[in-house]
Design a binder for this molecule. Structure first.
Ligand code: NAD
Length: 541
């Protein structure tokens, strides 16, 4: 019997290991990289705890060496998708009725397994499968994944202890029930941590999920699923079904038991899921909760007088780390005339030292973009700029997909603040700069605010405090994560709760109580000790 009233303390963030040459973590990682590079993993579906091999096969390759297959995966068909919904429904009541500290223990155990026993394995899979260098993988697959799990436990304990007042003759309480039905978790390729959290935050609150992972991140995502099971996540609580997004999405959104969608990915996919839900509204048992974090067109606004060394370093890292494939990556800059040449020259210098190549060589700062379709898309933006009189390539602009999907970090300068690459999400290593007159700060801030449909991240660099305050205020809705004198990427769980509004999503701030609260449907229970036996009020007698 568990009758504890338990408070989990605010956890510390998982330390980022250094991976210096010869360190134990580096040796273990290199061994695991070798092992995974010489194996082809067979990835089944996992439904109700059972591994299912459908025989309809797809392959997963290394983006930096696309001739190298690292996994074969089995695709879900209509039958398996429906089985996954049934398995999640079957597991729901037992999981929801567990004492919440049981669920918390499992979350904390997953975090321990990831940071200790499987650190090298999950890092290697993320590096090889998603083309991340050691540092990018470590901060994502290990640190952020563990942080989400540990902080969610703390925030869940804060939610559960939030209780209403009781007074004489009554006792009131809130029961934080899981949603009634199944949560559909749809994850993007770019963060292993997000794939974990899209499942684990609803699961922490007593829900069960059907998980559609992105095909290109299947190796790390499959290892996550195995870790969830080893930690004690019961059969059917998470059901892992690789396959066609369109087919899985259509079956899930037409299920009467859909209780919520927890999504991260592109704006267009989220819009299509939302429309599908709207079209099925009459069929649902409850209104599904729709939580989605989508794209961005993240900006750096440089004020006159800013420190150009700081701007150049922030803009280069913010735009090109992980090849610009972070939803938060800087992709447009507003630079005053007086600082343009200095910032241009410093960023150009960085472009000469930032090496590009496979993530297995630790000297490479930039690796490959995720797949051929992303490569072609990004290149089309670069070619468009090359062919336009309104744009000039400052550095980069080269690409090669013969062995891996490599695109060099590219800076475009445009004379048109509404140039295509200033407005549309590219999701690759491309940043566009618009140079404004120093006297036009106000108009340019308005332009920055009104240029793109997104509102995810943005940064302002400057020294004059009053100017910074003005920028903060004018750009109030331009970013859900706003940075002052820092790059707009690298949000840390518990420190910079993450998410944006406008076209960037529902802004439910992953990794905190705002997100967790979306996965519960509270029931208020009032008990009256001595109920009245008359209907008349005192003054009526
Ligand atoms: P994507 O939209 O192409 O795919 C996301 C997931 O949706 C994948 O698993 C995909 O298979 C699935 N999918 C595709 N069509 C579907 C459908 N009709 N029904 C159901 N599922 C479907 O996105 P991506 O390329 O994997 O990720 C890149 C995008 O994600 C970028 O736009 C980026 O900005 C965004 N992103 C946002 C955040 C954030 O927190 N705001 C974080 C990471 C990535």
């Amino acid at each position: 019997m568990n009758n504890s009233i338990y408070n989990f303390n605010l956890p510390a963030n998982e330390p980022v290991l250094q991976y210096l040459q010869g360190s134990p973590e580096r040796v273990a990682l290199e061994q695991e990289l070798n092992r995974q590079s010489s194996t082809v993993e067979e990835i089944p579906l996992i439904i109700g705890g059972e591994r299912i091999f459908t025989g309809s096969i797809g392959k997963v390759v290394m983006p930096h060496k696309h001739g190298h297959v690292i996994a074969r995966y089995h695709k879900a068909g209509e039958r398996e998708i429906k089985m996954a919904v049934e398995a999640a429904k079957t597991a729901h009541d037992s999981w929801n009725s567990q004492h919440w500290t049981t669920r918390a223990s499992i979350m904390l155990k997953i975090a321990e397994l990831i940071t200790v026993k499987y650190r090298a394995k999950l890092n290697a899979a993320t590096m090889l499968g998603q083309s991340k260098n050691i540092y990018q993988s470590e901060i994502d697959a290990i640190c952020e994944t563990a942080d989400f799990l540990r902080f969610n436990v703390y925030f869940a304990s804060e939610i559960y202890k939030t209780q209403p007042l009781s007074s004489f003759n009554q006792l009131n309480r809130m029961e934080y029930r899981a949603l009634e039905g199944v949560v559909f978790a749809v994850s993007p390729f770019n963060f292993t941590a997000i794939a974990s959290n899209l499942n684990m935050s609803p699961v922490m609150m007593g829900n069960t999920t059907v998980w559609k992972p992105a095909t290109t991140s299947l190796l790390s995502n499959y290892y996550l699923m195995e870790i969830f099971m080893e930690a004690g996540v019961p059969a059917g609580v998470v059901n892992f079904i690789p396959g066609s997004g369109a087919q899985i999405g259509s079956i899930l959104t037409s299920s009467p038991d859909l209780a919520g969608i927890h999504f991260t990915g592109s704006n267009s996919t989220f819009n299509s899921l939302w429309k599908s839900v709207a079209n099925n509204l009459e069929n649902y048992k409850s209104y599904p909760r729709l939580v989605g974090e989508t794209g961005g067109k993240d900006f750096i606004f440089v004020l006159p007088g800013a420190d150009t060394d700081e701007v150049a370093a922030g803009a280069f890292s913010g735009a090109f780390e992980y090849q610009g494939q972070k939803c938060s990556a800087a992709s447009r800059m507003y630079i005053p005339e007086s600082l343009w040449e200095s910032i241009r020259d410093k960023m150009t210098e960085f472009s000469k030292v930032a090496k590009m190549g496979a993530p297995t060589d630790p000297m490479n700062f930039v690796n490959a973009v995720i797949d051929e379709s992303a490569f072609n898309d990004i290149v089309s933006f670069i070619d468009y700029a090359k062919g336009s009189e309104k744009a000039e390539i400052i550095f980069g602009g080269t690409y090669d997909k013969s062995e891996g999907y490599f695109i060099s970090p590219t800076m475009i300068k445009t004379s048109d603040p509404h140039f295509k690459t200033m407005e549309e999400e590219i999701f690759g290593p491309v940043i566009t700069a618009y140079v404004y007159k120093d006297s036009d700060v106000e108009e340019t801030l308005d332009m920055c605010n009104n240029t793109s449909p997104y509102g995810l991240t943005g940064a302002v660099f400057g020294k004059d405090r009053m100017e910074i305050v003005k920028a903060c205020s004018k750009l109030q809705y331009a970013a859900g994560n706003f940075y002052i004198n820092d790059k707009p990427t690298g949000a840390v769980v518990g420190k910079q709760p993450f998410g944006g509004s406008r076209g960037s999503g529902t802004n439910d701030k992953a990794g905190g109580e705002f997100n967790l609260i979306r996965w519960v449907s509270p029931r208020t229970v009032k008990e009256t000790f001595i109920p009245p036996k008359d209907i008349l009020y005192g003054y009526m007698k």
